[in-house]
Design a protein around this ligand. Structure first.
Ligand code: AR6
Length: 180
């Protein structure tokens, strides 16, 4: 009998919505290297998760990253009161500070998936990291993010990646890039 090979592809999708309400295994936070919260999606995630998330972030800073989480890195914590089980914090490059290397942005998505695989999260929601306060163009973030996710190895470590976009415009930019 022939051997059977089953290829389970990672599903990649985009939705318009609020990432804090997503019932996936993990949601990704567009944090800053201090990991103590901030505005944008970071503020929304900390507000919805409650103080347990900040306490875990403090512990991460104290133990693993006393100098702060570098750009392009990712680290998982619990998710406090959120419906997700983990929050994966990543730090995008800041366009306004001259951090304009697409490899750094791609690294955010790849390292977040690696962190998901490490903890055992099989479904992951991403915001448009760096497309807000950090000033990257939405279409660039969409193109880089989707390429990074599709190129992630091992490709069978995560079943579902969902980009959760907070505006119609960003949703449209991700929808275009997904079809490309
Ligand atoms: N769900 C999904 N997306 C959201 C939500 C939400 N609830 N809220 C905002 N967004 P930003 P950055 C979108 O600025 O550019 C923070 O202060 C938002 O519309 O949150 O990586 C951190 O502490 C935008 O499209 O992240 C850092 O200091 C996207 O999330 C800094 O901002 C990312 O925008 C990081 O800047």
């Amino acid at each position: 009998m022939d051997n059977l090979v089953i290829v389970v592809d990672m599903r990649v999708e985009a939705v318009r919505g609020d990432i804090t309400t997503q019932r996936l295994d993990a949601i990704v936070n567009a944090a800053n290297s201090g990991l103590m919260g901030g505005g944008g999606v970071d503020g929304a995630i900390h507000a919805a998760a409650g103080p347990a998330l900040l306490a875990e972030c403090r512990e991460v800073r104290r133990t693993a990253y006393p100098g702060g989480l570098p750009v392009g890195y990712a680290v998982a914590t619990g998710a406090g009161n959120l419906p997700a089980r983990w929050v994966i914090h990543t730090v995008g490059p800041n366009w306004h500070r001259g951090e304009r290397d697409e490899a750094d942005l791609a690294a955010c998505f790849a390292s977040s998936l690696a962190e998901a695989a490490r903890v055992g999260a099989r479904s992951v929601a991403f915001p448009a990291v760096s497309a807000g306060v950090y000033g990257w163009a939405g279409a660039t973030v969409a193109r880089v993010a989707i390429a990074a996710v599709r190129g992630f190895e091992p490709s069978d470590a995560v079943d579902l990646v969902r980009f959760v976009l907070f505006s119609d415009r960003l949703y449209d930019e991700f929808a275009v890039a997904l079809r490309a």
